[in-house]
Design a protein around this ligand. Structure first.
Ligand code: ADP
Ligand code: MG
Length: 437
């Protein structure tokens, strides 16, 4: 891999972990090079190096680790010849009257709705249809990587497309820094006027202003001016207003004036649906079984789920190999927390019985009804395939007199696997359940 490829892969991973504003601010200006065991990152000034170190160094190091390049050390350099294109000079946002960086990929169409987020989704849609009319402010809160930023960008994108609104989009951090800057350069009134002129004010991660008195003071006045004029305010936070401890009481109460909506981690079905949607968007192929593995193992948040997919895609592109189950298990070992599980016959009997909805003790019975005999044969087959036990030992566990029953079952299931692909898939899914469950 050359330095460009390495850097592209690192960027791919960072893009799933960092806010677009941070990607734009610190990662885009980097010019990479490779010298011996050093990955040199050149930036236009020390200011950029400090920002990059602060916000991204850890993530870059862990990306290097996951790319099997932990020996590479990071080195930073100032290179004043690097030219910057500030976000505000990009043509798209200015043409659409957006002040701030909006991610155009985050739309309502690309947002998968499930029980965990339907309330926030409906509220966001309502606001995008009729801003300032009913939920003002709209305050969305929830844990990291659950889709808050996606939803507010979807609102912004829809409103921007209508062309009727002046929109300001900020992170809590950006808003704070801008205010501090304006105080330093004695331009506070310009700062104030700018925000009071907008139709829509969106602030992502408002919890950042916790404990920052002057920012809260300024935000309070902006909030009141906009609210009085029936301009829409949209906020996100990792907590509900009462859990932001160092927040002026008058702001806390205002955050509750409109609608406070929380977003929860998605359930299995929603995770599957999100994965499939991301796969379709990326235009890649991924087996149902691998989707199943990712969606059942990566449960805490969507960003991680997406990150896993991105990593797999990157590996497969680089190595020009298809994404197989082995590749997934190998490359995502940490995330999937796969353990080499010791599989016992008892375990197989229980899992197979559960899977087919019969009682575990039926595994050892003499009942010949197909709905029981068939799962029993599957369990026998899996016992021979997945344990080190001999056939007579397995026969004992199934309370059979001799091993010919096991031999017969094994042959029969093996034959069916060869003949019917849906049958084979069912067996594979069971094996997967046993190995990971
Ligand atoms: P948050 O702001 O809550 O930390 P983000 O909005 O940044 O989370 O979401 C993290 C990633 O997960 C984004 O890439 C986003 O597109 C994706 N995501 C989250 N929820 C959904 C969903 N319901 N449908 C599609 N993508 C989602
Ligand atoms: Mg966010």
């Amino acid at each position: 891999m050359d330095h460009q490829q390495i850097w592209e892969l690192i960027k791919l991973q960072l893009s799933t972990q960092l806010a677009p504003s941070k990607m734009g601010a610190w990662i885009e200006p980097v010019s990479p090079s490779l010298e011996n065991n050093q990955l040199c990152l050149s930036l236009p000034s020390q200011f950029f190096i400090d920002g990059l170190k602060n916000d991204c160094e850890e993530k870059i190091l862990s990306a290097l680790k996951s790319l099997n390049l932990p020996h590479l050390q990071l080195e930073y350099r100032v290179d004043t010849s690097i030219i910057l294109f500030p976000e505000t000079q990009k043509p798209a946002p200015s043409a659409k009257k957006i002040d701030g960086f909006i991610d155009e990929r985050f739309t309502f169409e690309n947002f998968v709705v499930g029980p965990s987020n339907e309330f926030c989704h409906a509220a966001s849609l309502a606001v995008a249809e009729q801003p300032g009319a009913q939920y003002n402010p709209l305050y969305i809160h929830g844990g990291v990587g659950l889709g808050k930023t996606h939803l507010i960008n979807a609102i912004a994108n829809q409103l921007a497309a209508s062309g009727n609104y002046k929109i300001a989009y900020r992170t809590g951090e950006h808003f704070t820094n801008e205010l501090i800057d304006s105080i330093r350069t004695q331009k506070t009134s310009a700062f104030r006027n700018k925000y009071r002129e907008v139709d829509i004010l969106i602030i992502d991660d408002i919890q950042f202003i916790e404990g920052k008195q002057s920012t809260q003071e300024e935000f309070f006045h902006t909030f009141d001016a906009l609210h009085k004029a029936k301009k829409q305010i949209i906020l996100t936070s990792d907590r509900d207003p009462s859990a932001i401890k160092h927040l002026a009481e008058r702001l806390r109460s205002r955050f509750n004036w409109g609608l406070v909506a929380d977003i929860q981690p998605p359930n299995f079905e929603t995770r599957m649906a999100i994965l499939k949607s991301k796969i379709a968007l990326a235009g890649i192929d991924l087996d149902e079984d691998i989707c199943f593995l990712l969606a059942s193992k990566i449960t805490s948040n969507v960003r991680e789920l997406e990150g896993a997919l991105t990593r797999l895609t990157a590996y497969s592109k680089l190595s020009r190999k298809p994404i197989t189950m082995e590749l997934a298990q190998d490359k995502l070992r940490d995330q999937l927390q796969l353990q080499a599980k010791i599989i016992s016959v008892e375990n197989i009997q229980k899992t197979v019985a559960n899977y087919f909805n019969i009682r575990t003790k039926d595994m050892r019975s003499k009942v010949r009804k197909r709905n029981i005999a068939y799962p029993r044969q599957v369990a026998m087959y899996l016992s021979k395939e997945l344990t080190k036990m001999s056939m007579p030992e397995i026969a004992e566990k199934f309370e059979k007199k001799d091993h010919t029953t096991i031999l017969y079952a094994h042959r029969k299931i093996q034959k069916e696997c060869l003949e019917k692909s849906d049958f084979k898939q069912e067996i594979q899914r069971l094996i997967q359940l046993l190995k990971q469950g």
